[in-house]
Ligand binder design. Structure first.
Ligand code: ADP
Length: 392
């Protein structure tokens, strides 16, 4: 059965077509700069093909995608595409699992827009376009927030007036759930233990840390929005909330400008003044740039603080897993993080750690906790859930 996994951003659309249940990727691609000018790249049988085209809206991207699936003979007729799975950023507290998309679900997603004003609108647009253009296919929503719905209330509430939660749904939701689920499940398999205590470090441009026990999320570092928790590429993560009023009163900035700076001009970029990309930060450190060194030190510190917190919350850990762009690729960052955990007896082997993007056990034999690199695969999770619904 052929199933399409779609991940739409405000100006981009990533896709992968799978042959299920084999989980074989038949074709993949990325549409970029939607609403600006437009281009797309298709990867088919190891070859990449890039084209510049006009993409005024997501609809044109989906139309081209459908044409290209036929051009590449991935499908001869769109009726062969039995399922379309959509990554949806915010499911609020409505969805702990993936859901079959109906008119009612689309209405709920619209109601959730205030919680994810930057992300959910693009997801809804693309869902509507696929429902119109491929009406026969089973459409499924897979939520970034879903996996975190098992957190106990004392871990997801903020200590603010209770009515904020009751009336405005102010609480921690957590994000990157599909990745945390994939990595922790894979780690359970590697450990051969369903009740394992696992700390997943999903560190890419965005980043979040999760504490998982018995396959369930107990706590996670992102919050009401994805700008909470650890320091990220351009996001500040946890800050003192009074900073917002202070900057409004003293720097003459509007709340929107401050929010924009906390999302887009902070993190590694804000501290280094050089870049949000950890590769540039590492180069800067090598060249003796002090602000890059400070940014790296702070970045590692924030991650270590969460790992330590979750180690205690879980009552120890069977494994720490690194995933996403930085976690999978940066041996220096992994090594800096684990060195800071030496007092817990956690150690990695520098030779085993000298890898990029490969599933590897990098801890030493005598480490008190196993440390893995597990490359994430959010798309395959979307395809699996979509396949499950399409079979029904
Ligand atoms: P996103 O949150 O956008 O999905 P990714 O998980 O793709 O981000 O991670 C992107 C980040 O991964 C880049 O910004 C970069 O900092 C980091 N990265 C990628 N390759 C390397 C590498 N070889 N060394 C260090 N960092 C890397």
């Amino acid at each position: 059965m052929k199933v399409l996994a779609v991940n739409a951003g405000s100006s981009s659309l990533k896709f992968q077509v799978y042959e299920m249940p084999e989980e074989k990727v038949l074709i993949s691609g990325l549409f970029e700069r939607i609403g600006i000018d437009g281009s797309y790249t298709i990867k088919y049988q190891g070859e990449k093909n890039k084209k510049d085209v006009s993409l005024p809206t997501h609809k044109e991207a989906v139309q081209i995608l459908i044409e290209e699936l036929k051009n590449y003979h991935v499908v001869e007729d769109m009726a062969e595409l039995k399922g379309v799975g959509h990554r949806v950023v915010h499911g609020g507290d409505k969805y702990a699992d993936s859901v079959l998309i109906t008119d009612e679900v689309v209405k709920v997603l619209e109601d959730l827009v205030p919680l994810a004003p930057l992300h959910n609108p693009a997801n809804i647009t693309v869902i509507n376009v696929f429902r119109e253009l491929v009406p026969e296919a089973t459409q499924v929503a897979v939520f970034d927030t879903g996996f975190h719905q098992t957190m106990p209330i004392e871990n997801y509430l903020y200590p603010v007036p209770y009515e904020w939660y009751e009336k405005y749904s102010v609480r921690k939701y957590g994000f990157h759930g599909t990745s945390h689920k994939y990595v922790s499940k894979r780690c359970q398999e590697l450990l051969g233990k369903d009740d394992a205590k696992i700390i997943v470090c999903h560190i890419g441009n965005g980043g979040s840390i999760s504490a998982i026990k018995d396959g369930k999320c107990i706590d996670t570092s992102m919050g009401l929005s994805p700008n909470a928790g650890i320091m990220m590429g351009t996001r500040a993560g946890d800050i003192d909330s009074s900073m917002i009023l202070y900057m409004k009163n003293n720097a003459g900035m509007s709340v929107e400008e401050i929010d924009n700076a906390l999302n887009k001009k902070s993190g590694l970029l804000g501290i280094s003044g050089v870049s949000s990309d950890s590769r540039d930060i590492e180069d800067g450190v090598k060249e003796g740039n002090e602000r890059c060194a400070l940014a790296q030190k702070m970045y590692v510190r924030k991650i270590v603080n969460y790992i330590a917190q979750y180690y205690v919350l879980l009552g120890g850990a069977d494994a720490i897993c690194f995933t996403a762009g930085v976690g999978e690729n940066s041996k220096g960052t992994r090594s800096d993080i684990i060195s800071s955990l030496a007092c817990l007896g956690i150690k990695i082997d520098p030779v085993k750690n000298d890898v990029r993007g490969e599933e590897t056990l990098i801890s030493t034999e005598d480490s008190t906790c196993k440390v893995y690199i597990i490359p994430t695969d959010e798309e395959v999770m979307i395809a699996r859930d979509t396949y499950a619904f399409a079979q029904k």
